[in-house]
Design a protein around this ligand. Structure first.
Ligand code: COA
Length: 336
């Protein structure tokens, strides 16, 4: 058995910044409401036609990660891509990355676990490396939310929260059992699937021809739905539980955490978790203020930025934790 460790990180966000004031010109909202409830000041939204698709942003982040890993792209053995906003209904973006990077015919897997997507993806990659099946895996989380949001007052409870972007890591074999990913912890509770969902078009619900046939201007089924207060209540409980689970599994305590990188769901959620664990500001990394919630991309973007800013040092205990649609949630305990 081997461990896996992160040897390269990269991120990419579209240039176009959308402030809360910009949103207030599209819908009945305001900077004060958004900042008070979510901590978000602005987010990046791709401009249609500029080529910033989910897979293209993933490729840009991946190129940086590969270069920083100091490896040749053909040393990558496998690709895992997490997103809820793929370029196409099928095939998923993993194969598009393989094509765009012009890598030999390695496998490419798509992960559909929304805000927990990156945590699930890196956990899958870790298992492949642990067993010795693969040595180097490219793990990407990317989202293009902005093209699929309801930008009218009807959608304001959801739309103001989400941003576009991508993050990527190279996970590689580590011989030292005390280094790298120490453990990963995954959970789901499907009974709440409707509380944060986008139900159409779907084979089990309404397909495109039904939507076109009905041509109903009040149809909201193809926009994301979120029961905000319910999601909030569940998130703070599950974040706390799954971080504790990870610490306990490794015989660690909250004082051992050098840096917690929570999925950037909402600054108030991160602050609740920070308080619960008694962590000082320098031991929690947040960037939701300027990126919004980028779902599967949020942790790899934040991780990359924390590393770039020198906030992660050799031997640090880094904890990743996520919660989102499904509900799904998980954590990753890393000895850097
Ligand atoms: N601007 C202004 N007013 C808004 C608004 C917006 N963007 N969105 C909603 N409102 C209004 C609502 O219509 C409601 O008005 P009413 O009282 O007249 O009916 C009021 O604000 C309160 O709405 P509510 O949904 O109860 O607000 P909230 O305090 O729960 O905050 C969220 C909403 C979404 C910010 C909050 O529930 C939340 O952050 N939940 C978790 C979301 C999350 O993390 N999602 C990602 C999970 S991965």
């Amino acid at each position: 058995m081997y461990n896996s460790k992160i040897i390269g990180l990269g991120s990419y966000v579209p240039d176009n910044i959308v402030t809360n004031d910009d949103l207030s010109k599209m819908m009945d909202t305001n900077d004060e409401w958004i900042q008070e409830r979510t901590g978000i000041k602005e987010r990046h939204w791709a401009v249609p036609g500029t080529g910033d698709t989910t897979s293209a942003m993933g490729v840009k982040a991946a190129k940086v990660a590969i270069e920083r890993a100091g490896m040749d792209k053909n040393d990558i053995d496998f690709i895992i891509f997490a997103t809820l906003s793929p370029d196409f209904y099928f095939p998923g973006p993993g194969v598009l990355v393989q094509k765009e990077l012009d890598i030999k015919t390695i496998g490419a897997l798509d992960v559909r676990n929304q805000c927990s997507g990156f945590v699930y993806a890196i956990s899958v990659a870790d298992q492949f490396i642990k067993t010795g099946m693969y040595k180097n895996i490219l793990v990407i989380g990317a989202e293009l939310h902005s093209h699929g949001l309801d930008k009218t007052t009807r959608g304001r409870g959801v739309t103001v929260i989400f941003g576009d972007g991508a993050g990527a890591v190279i996970l590689s074999r580590e011989e030292n059992p005390d280094k790298g990913l120490l453990s990963t912890h995954l959970h789901a509770q499907g009974e709440h699937f409707k509380e944060l969902s986008l139900v159409a078009p779907g084979m089990g619900q309404r397909w495109i021809n039904d939507i076109l046939k009905d041509n109903d201007p009040d149809d909201e089924s193809y926009f994301p739905y979120m029961n905000g207060p319910f999601v909030f209540k569940n998130a703070i409980v599950r974040f706390t539980e799954v971080i504790m689970e990870g610490l306990q599994k490794n015989g660690l305590v909250k004082e051992d955490i050098n840096l917690l990188i929570p999925h950037q769901a909402n600054l108030r959620i991160s602050q609740f978790v920070q308080k619960k664990f008694g962590l000082s500001d320098d031991r929690v990394f947040n960037n939701i203020m300027t990126y919004g919630n980028t779902t599967a991309a949020s942790i790899p973007i934040a991780l990359t930025q924390a590393w770039e800013q020198g906030k992660i040092k050799e031997n640090d205990l880094v904890v990743l934790a996520a919660f989102g649609s499904g509900f799904t949630w998980g954590s990753v305990i890393i000895r850097w």
